[in-house]
Design a protein around this ligand. Structure first.
Ligand SMILES: [Ca+2]
Length: 360
């Protein structure tokens, strides 16, 4: 009899555990998407990441800002903008408008209008002329601060040593200017999270170079030589079907919350650009922010020694990645590794999380 009672108790305990496990990651039957347990777990003030977001605010930057602004895991200390996807003034207005859509206030500072040493490259604007799909979405009530973006970065990092993280979603020019002005202060960054490089895949600006690096490879050179704590999310992590937006996803966003509706319109031109070549849409900048919000999402990283190619030739903008543990006959000794490169992502979790923010 006692054995039967024990068996029943054990059975009930296992059942309770299983039910508890299910509720921590419920599946929405209609969409097949898992809910995001992390967003429902309250975290303490001390656990929140204090971030500066450096952006050339095109539409996928705006989506990344929405992930950051709506996360209870990040405190946005400020946004610094620079040239890149769109002219500088548009980058500032797009950032301000996106914050207003989220109902979040953060100061926006204007930074570099051109690369460190070369003239600005004219590249195809895949986000529309205004960077946000040319849908007349951008009418911010707020304005950018008077101060300079580089000074804001340095003052903020200096005021809270070892605590401030930077998320860089455009060319690295603002970061490189800060490094050139005060390298000791930039060494006090907790970490710099970068959407950039091809990772271990191929490029989109040239076969070997990703857009943000190609825009200013000299800036990458400056930052890499300083050996700051840096994690890179490259194009290879983004170019995965499970992480891309499909036409159905865009329709779902258009029926979603205010942020989803805003982004479904802002993505208009970018989506057409991808669909014209039969592809679904990559979300590079949102993935970089997501890696910081949900750190379990990055399943694997590799320590690398990164070297930026800045010569005036076909390799311009390539980042050579020497991996820790690999043997290179022409470079037998590498003293230190200046990059953590994300090499494996939970792509389904990323897209589910992204869609949840845009539709819940
Ligand atoms: Ca960007």
């Amino acid at each position: 009899m006692k054995l039967i009672q024990k068996t029943i108790v054990l059975f009930m305990a296992v059942l309770i555990l299983l039910l508890g496990g299910c509720s921590a990651a419920d599946t929405d039957i209609a969409s097949g998407r898992e809910s995001i347990p992390e967003t429902t777990v309250p975290i303490s003030e001390a656990e929140r990441h204090k971030v500066i977001i450096d952006t050339d605010t095109g539409s996928d930057d705006a989506a990344a800002l929405i992930l950051a602004a709506t996360s209870d895991r990040l405190d946005i200390l400020g946004i610094t903008v620079l040239y890149g996807n769109v002219p500088l003034d548009d980058a500032a207005k797009n950032a301000l408008m996106t914050l207003e859509v989220c109902g979040v206030k953060a100061p926006v500072y204007i930074g570099a209008n051109k690369p460190l040493t070369k003239e600005r490259e004219e590249m195809i604007s895949v986000h529309g002329a205004d960077g946000m799909g040319d849908q007349d979405l951008i009418h911010p009530k707020s304005t950018a601060e008077d101060g300079d973006a580089v000074d804001f970065i340095l003052d903020t990092v200096k005021s809270d040593p070892g605590e401030v993280e930077i998320i860089a979603l455009g060319p690295l020019t603002n970061i490189a200017l800060a490094v050139q002005k005060d390298p000791d202060t930039m060494k006090l960054c907790k970490r710099i999270w970068v959407m950039g490089t091809t990772g271990f895949g191929t490029g989109n600006a040239t076969p070997v170079s990703e857009f943000n690096v190609y825009s200013d490879a000299e800036a990458y050179d400056v930052v890499l030589r300083e050996e700051l704590p840096m994690t890179v999310i490259g194009l290879d992590m983004v170019d995965v079907e499970e992480a891309k937006l499909t036409p159905d996803d865009l329709s779902e966003m258009a029926q979603g919350n205010e942020k989803g509706v805003f982004m479904s319109k802002a993505f208009t031109k970018l989506f057409v650009f991808y669909q014209s070549s039969g592809k679904n849409m990559m979300l590079p900048d949102p993935m970089a922010v997501a890696c910081l919000i949900w750190q379990d999402m990055a399943l694997e990283t590799k320590s690398c020694y990164g070297v930026a190619c800045t010569g005036n030739d076909a390799a311009y903008g390539q980042i050579i990645l020497y991996q820790e543990g690999a043997v290179y006959e022409a470079m037998p000794q590498i003293a230190s590794y200046n990059l953590e490169v994300v090499t494996k992502i939970d792509a389904k979790f990323f897209k589910d999380s992204f869609m949840s923010v845009m539709t819940s």
